[in-house]
Design a protein around this ligand. Structure first.
Ligand code: AMP
Length: 398
């Protein structure tokens, strides 16, 4: 099967075409600045990357441009649009309604729309992508793969907040967790790499990218994760604050004369390592600045690592032990200094980092020494492949 994987944001649309048998990426790219001016990046498997500036007033034009590129007689990778057997959509929030991926039909789309209250920044944008594909590929089956679904196995004691229970009953205010596709993919890979049954392994996955979260996976099920009702909770991230005392929200709103929307904007877009450093959300910039003696860049990264290590400790306790700790995503896959700093807190778990192995970037590798009691792994994530697999599984089961 050829699966078109779509990850749609408010002004961008990332795509890949994956052949599900060989799991080969036939083409990939991104439409950017949708609704502003428009830019298509197209990278076929054996060809040169093409960049085309073209008007994309809506996501429908963006999808059309992607499809045109895919069937272009010179540089396309498909003979015709009939070669697309299914579309897999990344959907951010499935609330409590979706504990697994699902075939998308009108009823399901409506149910996802109803979850938009819980993810106003993400779900509406994801659904725009679904609608655009429906318009352009009306007869192709589509599957929604939710970031939250993997975490629906969390027990109540992990997902309830200590607030009046009626808010959970009435509004479903609780921890949901995100990056589920990545946590699931990486924890499964860890079991394969270690040659151990997934159903008997305790893994902590550190997905450290611009958005960052830690997940405790016990016997193949997510039992806790650091993001919450929204992706704002938990770790210090690129621009998101992660955990803070809710009283700080009121305090700062008063001091700065900010509305609720204004303060949420600060916590989502002006905080994290960016806010702490006053410099950048990109760890490459922070590493460089830190090396040049910038104290705030250093403290931003130190705080990020400390918070990550603290969550690892919490989840080792929650699972009464841990067999493997995995690093993944942009920072986790590339930044050996961050991995080393995080692991420097984990000596009590019997972990020693193999410094040579820790120089690796973006490859599957064991980072801990053979005598470590807990194995630390670098496992590059592959959310698109995971979405492709889920899509094929859903279609074959229906
Ligand atoms: P992601 O959200 O997973 O795509 O991760 C993006 C982030 O990864 C960027 O904002 C950088 O902070 C980080 N990153 C990417 N490449 C590197 C690198 N070579 N060294 C350190 N950090 C990196």
């Amino acid at each position: 099967m050829n699966v078109l994987v779509i990850n749609c944001g408010s002004s961008s649309l990332k795509y890949q075409v994956i052949h599900s048998d060989s799991e080969e990426v036939l083409a990939k790219g991104i439409c950017e600045r949708i609704g502003i001016d428009g830019r298509l990046v197209y990278q076929p498997k054996d060809g040169e990357k093409e960049i085309t500036e073209a008007s994309m007033p809506t996501h429908t034009e963006a999808v059309r441009m992607v499809l045109d590129a895919l069937v272009n007689p010179k540089t396309g990778v498909l003979e015709s649009l009939n070669a697309i057997d299914a579309v897999g959509h990344r959907l951010v929030h499935g609330g409590e309604k979706f504990a697994s991926s699902t075939l998308l039909n009108e009823q399901v789309i409506q149910a996802v729309e109803e979850c938009s209250d819980l993810a106003p920044l993400h779900n509406p944008a994801n659904l725009i992508g679904v609608r655009a594909c429906q318009e352009v590929l009306p007869n192709v089956p589509m599957v929604g793969v939710f970031d939250t679904a993997f975490h629906q196995t969390m027990p109540q004691e992990a997902y309830l907040y200590g607030i009046p229970y009626s808010y959970y009953e009435t509004y479903k205010v609780r921890k949901y967790g995100f990056h589920g596709t990545s946590h699931s993919y990486v924890s499964k890979r860890a079991a394969e790499i270690l040659g151990r049954p997934y159903e008997q392994l305790k893994t902590i996955v550190c997905h450290l990218g611009n958005g960052a979260s830690v997940c405790a996976v016990k016997n193949g099920r997510s039992v806790d994760t650091s993001m919450g009702l929204s992706p704002l909770e938990g770790l210090i991230m690129g621009t998101r604050s992660g955990d803070i005392d809710p009283s700080a929200v009121e305090f700062l709103a008063k001091k700065e004369g900010l509305t609720m929307e204004g303060i949420m904007n600060v916590l989502n877009k002006e905080s994290g390592v960016y806010g702490l450093s006053g410099l950048s959300s990109d760890f490459r910039d922070l590493d460089q600045a830190s090396t040049e003696g910038n104290a705030r860049a250093k403290i931003a990264v130190d705080a990020f690592c400390y918070r990550t290590a603290k969550y690892i400790g919490a989840y080792a306790a929650a699972m009464n032990g841990v067999d493997a700790i995995c690093f993944t995503a942009g920072v986790g896959e590339n930044d050996g200094k961050v991995r080393a700093k995080v692991c420097s807190y984990l000596g009590y778990l019997g972990i020693t980092l193999d410094e040579k192995a820790n120089q690796a970037r973006g490859e599957e590798i064991r980072l801990s020494t053979p005598d470590s009691s807990v194995t630390v792994l670098l496992v590059p994530t592959n959310e698109e492949l995971a979405i492709c697999r889920e899509t094929v599984a859903m279609i074959q089961h229906n």
